[in-house]
Design a protein around this ligand. Sequence first.
Ligand SMILES: Cc1ncc(COP(=O)(O)O)c(C=O)c1O
Length: 401
Amino acid sequence: MLPPTPDPLLRFRDEFPILATTNYMVSNSLGAMPRAVSERLADYAREWATSGVRAWAQGWWDLPIRVGDEIAPLLGAKPGETVMVPNVSIAQAQVLSALEFVPGEKDTIVMTEMDFPSVKYVTSQLGERFGARVVVVPSEDGVSVDEERLLAAIDERTALVSVSHVLFRSAYIVDVARVSRRAHEFGALVCLDAYHSVGVVPVDVEVLGVDFLTGGVLKWLCGGPGGSFLWVRPEVSERLAPAVTGWQAHSHPFAFDPDMSFAAGASRWLTGTPVIPALFAAAVGPRIVREAGMDAIRAKSERQTARLVTLADGRGFPVTAPRDGRRRGGTVAFDVPHAREVAQALLSRDVIVDYRPGAGIRVAPHFYSSDDEVESVVGNIDEILAQETWKRYTLQQSIVT
Ligand SMILES: Cc1ncc(COP(=O)(O)O)c(C=O)c1O
């Protein structure tokens, strides 16, 4: 028999300290911190301590655009088109605040039951405040988006189609290009929440045909909290005036002009003072992901998630993740008996996964995960069930991961 082929992506393991002490299978929630983030945060503190207010002119002011340029290649976007924002909820609010809804004519936002709650809340709260009608397409199975129903919901009245690329509940990959084609046939714009794809599933705004894309570095990009991004198609961007705005979006921010005059390019999507420490941390992970290469990351993810599905099937654990690898993102959720307690027992063994009611245990290997670690998650579950050690956790509160 041939010896197993070495996995070239494992060369990045040393960059992530937590991999030395845990089996880290939770990159769908919080990606592992790259070692170099400590130095970048120390740089931030040093610049503040030594430059004081001069730090703004020495690079802090432009940071949301410069970090956006580090993300852009992972979106298939060009430099100067992506801006960093504090979170996706704000990015989605900015998009909605820039649109016109004409009652009875072009007033409808189409989304799906499977979108992330925060996006749903912002869309219903702000959309309805701005006079939009929000149509939510239900999911037949609680796993996928019924794409025929979604397409059928898009018509002349649709102003915006707001969908997820990879569903957070099941890792189902939506055929976004098809949705965009239909939306554009009816003159509607498309806003994509790509939080669960960028960094683990290749993303190209041209292939997907979207007009807005939101996401964050927190999960698959290993960039920590506070680093979310908004990309807007330049031709669309230049004709929009977001009402959720701020002085950084002004063409002459230091003129303190009483009237708004939007800056050119991605800067028009800035708001107020950026979250500088988060931006210092944010770019390290995306750089490593770019170096690892999205095609290699995706091929490995498809292989390891397929293995997890096989291991779960072999034990009769119901699997939520799509079986077709081309339609499956980076996470495999499966239910096991006493799943909440089993997840706690896994954490106590330094096997870091998360548990969600209705989905079960979610396992998310990433490019730095070894095949042995993938096997070991299920091996540990076997032991916890056979030895009944899950019983120790019946009264404990679940830990949010
Ligand atoms: C699909 C999706 N969108 C958005 C978010 C988070 O949004 P925010 O940055 O507003 O916290 C998450 C977080 O888990 C998510 O899974």
